[in-house]
Design a protein around this ligand. Structure first.
Ligand code: GDP
Ligand code: MG
Length: 443
């Protein structure tokens, strides 16, 4: 969402009902936010129409303002559009249950095959066999062999001189004779939608009658994901989607388009290239990510009681203008974090992409750390805070002495400040600052 939206949210304060006139401008902004997150246009249109229907005339409950209530409706509707609850793999067939992996080259089919094998072995106690039908690149067969061995599943050998359908049939036959529970069939990459390869995967589907046909889509593919989903949906009866590379910095709007166009639930999310980087897809959390905000409504509540809105707005405005983020702002941030009821509760509410690297133990330490950092910045002169470059060895010693810490700790703080400054520059287009701007407007 944009900062215009936050102004609109503010303008709506004091009205007790969501009406045609007060909602129009806000929906325009929501539409922009979705397009920015790479949701396909027809999907956006349809979505906005539905939100409008839901929102019209709705009473605004409790202490929420109409603007906040609308954000809540948007968030819930997004989550509902992407799926209700968690959708697991369907394995309720006479074993072996066959899972066919489909998708463009590089989407993450082979990697996901390995991850699914691991998930099936560890979480669902299955005996798993994998096989590669990618006969066009010998390296692809080797790649599957490597990941399969890594996760302790069985691998069925194949070679480039065989036909994919024959390979799959042989693997299925082997699986039957060796009491395999699940056979995962990895398939050839398609760089783009290609008739011959589509015919091939259709034939593969016919040969092994999979209980699950999973479309693997790269979340970074953005708008193109919709076209990919459309083409595969026309060729195959898809039963689920795996959205990969959600650890990247895409806002993941592809989820919305793909869910809609493939007409199949998003079952898993890929969150790293490692074998444990697979999660069951959580639509609610993902809705927050698409809008570029975590559990915004809850956060708004928490924030209105704790944070100095003016400071947040000032900071946001500054970053927006591209002014430099200085140590005073850094101090302001540290203080706000303290006010918001502790880092850990705040972290829970931020979009996952920001908190992906944090561990629970880090948070406790971080909270104590904030106090020390405040102490250090408070020992600096106003001039030093404005121009951290001034702080050389002598000044560092003075500051350290003033704060009762070692010089190294001052160095560490300056380093961290620099990183934060870098991050602020990067986040100008989205993420935390955007969120703070919004919060500022929701006062
Ligand atoms: P395929 O052509 O569809 O089989 O794609 P691969 O499984 O070979 O994956 C292509 C690239 O994407 C590889 O470098 C993978 O390590 C990487 N990859 C796959 N899934 C993920 C993911 O969820 N996160 C990240 N960061 N990388 C992934
Ligand atoms: Mg592959």
């Amino acid at each position: 969402l944009t900062d215009k939206l936050s102004r609109l949210v503010k303008n709506l304060s004091g009205q007790a009902r969501i009406t045609e006139s007060n909602v129009q401008d806000m929906l325009r902004e929501v539409r922009m936010a979705l397009l920015e997150a790479d949701v396909a246009l027809p999907v956006v249109k349809d979505f906005i129409a539905r939100v409008k229907d839901k929102a019209m005339g709705q009473e605004v409950l409790g202490s929420l303002k109409p603007g906040q209530a609308l954000v809540g409706i948007v968030n819930r509707e997004l989550a509902a559009t992407m799926g209700e609850g968690i959708s697991d793999l369907n394995l309720s067939v006479q074993p072996p249950a066959v899972i066919l992996m489909a998708g463009l080259q590089g989407a993450g089919k082979t990697t996901t095959t390995g991850k699914l094998a691991k998930y099936l072995i560890e979480k669902r106690k299955k005996k798993v066999l994998t096989v590669s039908g990618d006969v066009y690149r010998p390296a692809a067969i080797e790649q599957l062999k490597t990941v399969t061995q890594q996760v302790g599943a069985e691998w069925f050998p194949s070679s480039p001189d065989q036909k994919p359908v024959d390979i799959a049939r042989a693997a299925l036959d082997y699986a039957r004779r060796h009491y395999i529970d699940v056979l995962l069939v990895d398939t050839a990459g398609r760089l783009a939608i290609d008739e011959a390869l589509m015919a091939e995967i259709k034939a593969l589907h016919g040969a092994v009658s999979p209980v699950e046909t999973l479309l693997v889509v790269d979340a970074m593919q953005g708008q193109d994901a919709a076209n990919t989903a459309k083409a595969f949906k026309e060729a195959l009866p898809l039963t689920g989607v795996v959205l990969t590379k959600l650890d990247g910095d895409s806002r993941g709007g592809a989820a919305l388009s793909v869910r809609k166009i493939a007409d199949a639930p998003i079952k898993f999310a890929g969150i790293s290239e490692k074998m444990d980087g697979l999660e069951q897809f959580d639509a609610e959390r993902h809705a927050g990510r698409i809008l570029g905000m975590g559990d915004i409504v809850a956060l708004v509540e928490q924030v209105t009681s704790g944070v100095d809105m003016e400071a947040a707005q000032k900071l946001a405005a500054k970053v927006k203008k591209g002014d430099t983020f200085d140590l005073n702002d850094f101090l302001g941030q540290l203080q706000q974090m303290k006010q918001m009821g502790g880092l850990s509760s705040l972290m829970d509410k931020l979009p996952t992409q920001i908190t992906a690297n944090a561990k629970p133990g880090d948070l406790d330490r971080a909270e104590k750390d904030i106090k020390r950092k405040e102490g250090i910045i408070c020992s600096m002169t106003p001039q030093e805070r404005k121009k951290p470059d001034l702080i050389k060895a002598t000044r560092k010693r003075r500051i350290a002495a003033g704060a009762g810490v070692q010089v190294q700790e001052v160095n560490r703080l300056l380093k961290e400040f620099e990183q934060m400054q870098e991050m602020m520059k990067k986040m100008k287009g989205g993420g935390l600052m955007k969120m703070m701007r919004r919060m500022g407007g929701m006062k």
